[in-house]
Design a protein around this ligand. Structure first.
Ligand SMILES: Nc1ncnc2c1ncn2[C@@H]1O[C@H](COP(=O)(O)OP(=O)(O)OP(=O)(O)O)[C@@H](O)[C@H]1O
Ligand SMILES: [Mg+2]
Length: 265
C-alpha cells in the first residue's frame, strides 16, 4: 500500500442506541480516513462516542447508518464467520476494559495460545510458547509469573500489557487501541507507547489510538480527530491541533493538559 492511501474510512457513520425517550445518538454522521502507516488519535471526553466508533471499526457492532471501508471494501462483507476471522487477522483491538478480551476460565498461557488460531503458520506447542514468552517480555511482564495464572489473578495493568503482547503475536495491519494504557503506571506507560510506535515502522502497522488525554494524543500521533457529542468537530496534524486549535471544544481540551512536551517520551 502507498503511504497516502486510506486503509480504513468511514462515511456518514452513525450509531444510535435505544429508542424513544431513551434514544442515544452515540455516533452522529462521522466521516474520516485513516491512512496506511498513520497513527491517528481519536480524542474526546467520556461518552463522546470513541469506543462506539472503535467497536464498529472492529466489526463488533453494526452501524445504524453509513459505512466503513477497509482498503476500499465495505466491512459488512467481513461481518460473519470465516470472513470475520480473516478481518480480525488484519484489524485487531486492544480494549479499555482488558477483561473483555480474555476467557476467564483459561490460564494466560491458554488464552494466548488461542491467538494462534488467527495465524496461518503451523507451529509446534514449543514454538508457540517461545513466541508467547518473547512477546510478554516485550511488554515487561514476567512470563514465569503469569503464564499459569487466570485473568482474575492479575492486576488491571498486567492484563492490559498481556493484551498488548497479543498484538505483538498477531501483528495486524491495523490496531484499534482504546485507552490501551489507562491502567498502566506512568513509568511503564511511555515504554509501551514507544513500542507501539515502533510497530508502525517495523510492521507497517496503522494505529487508531483512542484516548481522552490530549497530551498522550499529541505524543503518539500524526493526526488527531477531536470528538464531541458523537461528532468529529475538528481534525488535523497533531501539531496544528495542539498549537492552533480552532474549535472551542478543542481549545478547552488543550487548556486541561498540564504540560505539552514531546521530550516526555
Ligand atoms: N451498548 C450500549 N447501549 C446503550 N448505550 C450505549 C451503549 N454503548 C455506549 N452507549 C452510550 O453511547 C455514548 C457513547 O459511549 P462510548 O462508550 O462510545 O463513549 P466513550 O467516548 O468511549 O467514553 P469513555 O471515554 O468514557 O470510554 C454514551 O452516552 C454511552 O452511554
Ligand atoms: Mg470508551
Amino acid at each position: 500500500m502507498q503511504p497516502n492511501s486510506a486503509i480504513l474510512s468511514a462515511e456518514g457513520l452513525t450509531r444510535i442506541f435505544g429508542s424513544g425517550k431513551k434514544k442515544v445518538v452515540a455516533v452522529d454522521h462521522v466521516d474520516f480516513d485513516i491512512k496506511f502507516k498513520e497513527i491517528v488519535s481519536l480524542v474526546g471526553q467520556s461518552g463522546s462516542g470513541k469506543t462506539t466508533i472503535g467497536r464498529m471499526l472492529l466489526n463488533l457492532l453494526k452501524p445504524s447508518e453509513g459505512k466503513i471501508k477497509f482498503i476500499g471494501r465495505n466491512i459488512k462483507e467481513f461481518a460473519k464467520g470465516k470472513a470475520r476471522l480473516e478481518y480480525w487477522k488484519k484489524v485487531q483491538g486492544v480494549f479499555q476494559d482488558p477483561f473483555s478480551s480474555f476467557n476467564q476460565f483459561f490460564s494466560i498461557k491458554r488464552n494466548l495460545r488461542r491467538t494462534f488460531r488467527l495465524m496461518e503458520q503451523k507451529m509446534s506447542a514449543e514454538q508457540k510458547d517461545a513466541l508467547i514468552k518473547q512477546s510478554l517480555e516485550l511488554v515487561n511482564v514476567d512470563p514465569d509469573d503469569v503464564m499459569d495464572k487466570f485473568p482474575f489473578e492479575l492486576s488491571g495493568g498486567q492484563r492490559q500489557r498481556i493484551m498488548l503482547a497479543r498484538i505483538f503475536l498477531i501483528k495486524p495491519k491495523v490496531l484499534i487501541a482504546d485507552e490501551p494504557t489507562s491502567m498502566i503506571d506512568a513509568t511503564l506507560r511511555s515504554g509501551i507507547l514507544r513500542l507501539l510506535m515502533k510497530l508502525r515502522d517495523a510492521e507497517e502497522m496503522t494505529i487508531l489510538f483512542i484516548t481522552h488525554d490530549m497530551g498522550l494524543a499529541y505524543y503518539v500521533s500524526d493526526r488527531i480527530f477531536v470528538m464531541h457529542e458523537g461528532k468529529i468537530v475538528e481534525e488535523g496534524d497533531a501539531e496544528e491541533i495542539v498549537f492552533h486549535p480552532s474549535h472551542p471544544y478543542t481549545k478547552k481540551l488543550i487548556s486541561d493538559v498540564p504540560v505539552l512536551n514531546k521530550e516526555w517520551l
